[in-house]
Design a protein around this ligand. Structure first.
Ligand code: WT7
Length: 659
């Protein structure tokens, strides 16, 4: 979006309904109140976060020091001497007070499969699985891989790990066997938690088979695979390695004492793609992460006690960790686990879910909003969505058309729309409106959350840009509690990726500008990361999957614009000299990517080319491919530095046909 487009965008005031006495009073009721709190949070973080950590979390040993370390040194630590357990905070303290309150509503793949689990039941289930883990030899600090579908037991698995002090590493169940294996190997996990199958959109998904494939013929540290029975379809069994969840949990006691953890002990790893190399295991802390999750859920979604909160993300991504599991449960909320898709059995599924459970906060991704908008408003007709107060968006920039539709058709102009910007690495939301306080502008994530000091830097000089509407790179000027602490087993990479590019700042990898009101406009990634339907992918990883094919000499992958998925994958491959036909190669290469990464990384277009546009030193100029694909072939700039400028015309013809 250009600055001119941006100026035409209407500012929406906080809907009056949200401030009326029939609804719970928002936690922050004016922009001034927000600004005052934000100022306190960045000027005196010790007091702001120290007070809240003491009030909101239950510590088995209090902390003395709120904050330690710096972005320069990369040794950030919060609540130093404190000890606490994430599972105790998310489950026990609510189970002890309100055991009959519903913690999890499972909306199964079929709309009539609804299961409710109270905090009391959750504590027993989590305890049993924690005892099973202990029986399998799990000790504090061990890494455990979770490869499971969208069922309550997946949340139970995470919480059970946290209870015994193990570090969970969830792998999104859409990842292929090879991706799963890489993550299992990197984390040296001895235990994998999985299910026989998954269910999605009326189909069975062979979850355990993928785990078996990942482990077959490969040296890993895996000793046991614990299998939850979701569908009951018979699955292959490896004697002595595989154990049934239901058999093991039947043997153990339904109470397990929580392990006291230091605030800085790791709570989990979550692998994410970067611009180069293999995926990195982003490591989050226990205390700081929990505070971030709890505070943002409360303020950004304006959570109140009797709310029914629903986040549509998969547990396999950070949103599923922070806003499906930890954020809601730490607040003692009722959280919805949704197993199906937005269009199964028909495109009214979300609206049916909201009406049925009287959802108060609903959180989804722009790609789902765009897809449903395209299918037509008739799917919303007749549904009562009046329970909603806050509707959220996450994962990629939301275009103003989709924002307006979400606001009008879903929110009926009566809800707060929160476009929340954050990353796996930030742990929790860092830029977002607050429902009762912040006027919104469609397309802008608006203003920083408490403790976040955003800054726009000149990408080359690293100097702060102070001009309104000037685009630079988005950085954060001081540490916040839920920021990632390291990359597992590779602190060097953590420093090089996030803290060294602009010393003294955390570098987000996104371009952004500030408008005259100080509102933040995220412009998308400035590195080789692409975002397809909110899934973060590395072009380097896709290229490496493509060159694994015996016919491919070289591959270049770039992100093209796509009306539905935000970005989509375009791949340019050149073939080895002995390969004389490209027939059927498209299909084979797509399969190759699906096999090595996962179906969600499939290229939309694959072009077989003679040559790539290269510099004289042999570097592929992806910038040129990106412009051609996005229809900007008239703005290629200086191509005289190319080793062979004539390839450009050939490429344009390949993509757009004869000119
Ligand atoms: C990248 C992080 C955070 C949970 C889901 C994705 C993009 C995320 C927004 C937004 C514009 C956004 C950024 C960011 N992104 N939310 N509201 N507006 N862009 O987490 O996989 O770690 O990806 O997603 O480019 O860097 P992730």
């Amino acid at each position: 979006m250009t600055v001119a487009d941006q100026e035409e965008i209407k500012t929406h005031q906080v809907p009056e309904r949200l401030l009326s006495s029939s609804l719970p009073t928002p936690h922050v009721v004016s922009l001034d109140a927000y600004r005052k709190l934000w100022k306190e949070s960045v000027e005196d973080p010790d007091k702001f976060f120290g007070d809240r950590a003491r009030e909101m979390l239950t510590w088995s040993k209090p902390f003395q020091t709120v904050r330690h370390g710096s972005l320069e040194e990369g040794d950030v630590a919060w609540f130093l001497e404190g000890e606490l357990n994430a599972c105790y905070n998310a489950v026990d303290r609510h189970a002890l007070k309100t055991p009959n309150k519903v913690a999890i509503i499972h909306e199964g793949d079929e709309p009539d499969q609804v299961r409710k689990i109270t905090y009391g039941e959750l504590l027993r289930e989590v305890s049993k699985v924690a005892n099973v883990l202990k029986n399998l030899g799990v000790r504090k600090g061990d890494n455990i891989v979770v490869y499971m579908p969208m069922i309550p037991e997946t949340l139970v698995a995470l919480l059970a790990c946290a209870r015994v002090g193990a570090v969970h590493s969830v792998v999104f169940a859409g990842f292929s066997a090879e991706s799963l294996r890489d993550r299992v190997v990197d984390s040296s996990a001895r235990i994998i938690l999985t299910s026989d199958e998954g269910r999605r959109g009326g189909k069975n998904i062979a979850t355990k088979r993928i785990v078996d494939d990942a482990l077959r013929d490969h040296q890993t540290h895996v000793e046991h695979v614990v299998v939850y029975q979701r569908t009951g379809t018979p699955v292959p069994w490896v004697q002595d390695r595989d154990v049934w969840w239901h058999e093991e949990t039947a043997k153990v006691r339904s109470f397990c004492p929580p392990e006291p953890m230091n605030a800085e002990d790791p709570l989990f790893l979550l692998y994410t793609s970067g611009s180069t190399g293999t995926p990195k295991g982003i490591q989050h802390s226990t205390g700081g992460y929990m505070l971030g999750a709890m505070l943002t859920l409360k303020y950004v979604f304006d959570y109140h006690e009797n709310d029914v909160y629903a986040c549509m993300a998969d547990v396999g991504w950070i949103t599923g960790h922070t806003y499906l599991t930890y954020g809601p449960l730490l607040n003692g909320a009722t959280t919805v686990v949704f197993e199906s898709t937005p269009t199964y059995p028909n495109p009214s599924r979300f609206w049916d879910l909201i009406q049925k459970h009287k959802i108060t906060q609903f959180y989804t991704a722009p790609t789902a909003i765009r897809a449903l908008r395209r299918l037509g408003d008739q799917w919303l007709e007749g549904y009562d969505l009046s329970s909603l107060r806050v509707i959220g968006s996450v994962g990629e920039p939301i275009n103003p058309e989709a924002w307006d539709w979400y606001n009008e058709k879903v929110g009926k102009n009566q809800c707060a729309v929160v476009d929340t910007y954050w990353q796996t690495e930030t742990g929790s939301i860092i830029v977002s409106p607050l429902p009762g306080a912040t006027p919104t502008k469609p397309g802008s994530a608006t203003l920083p959350f408490f403790g976040i000091k955003p800054i726009i830097l000149d990408p080359t000089s690293g100097k702060e840009l102070n001009q309104v509407d000037e685009t630079g790179v988005l950085a954060i000027a001081q540490p916040w509690p839920s920021m990632a602490r390291t990359v597992y087993n590779n602190h060097h990479r953590f420093l090089e990726t996030y803290l060294k590019p602009y010393p003294g700042y955390y570098f987000t990898g996104d371009g952004a500008s500030l408008d005259k009101d100080g509102y933040i406009w995220i412009r998308g990634r400035v590195d080789d990361v692409i975002n397809v339907s909110g899934h973060r992918l590395s072009t380097a990883e896709i290229e490496s999957a493509l060159v694994h094919h015996e016919a491919v000499a070289e591959a270049a992958v770039i992100g093209g614009h796509d009306d539905l998925t935000g970005q989509c994958i375009h791949a340019f491959v050149s073939l080895k000299p002995h390969v004389d036909t490209a027939d059927g190669l498209d299909k084979e290469l797509t399969l190759q990517v699906r096999k090595i990464i996962g179906p969600f990384a499939s290229p939309k277009r694959i072009y077989v080319v003679q040559d790539h546009p290269k510099t004289r030193s042999g570097k592929i100029m992806r910038r040129i491919l990106r412009k051609i694909v996005n229809g900007e072939q008239d703005q290629l700039g200086d191509i005289s530095t190319l080793a062979d400028p004539s390839v450009v015309a050939v490429l344009i013809e390949k993509v757009h046909g004869p000119q």
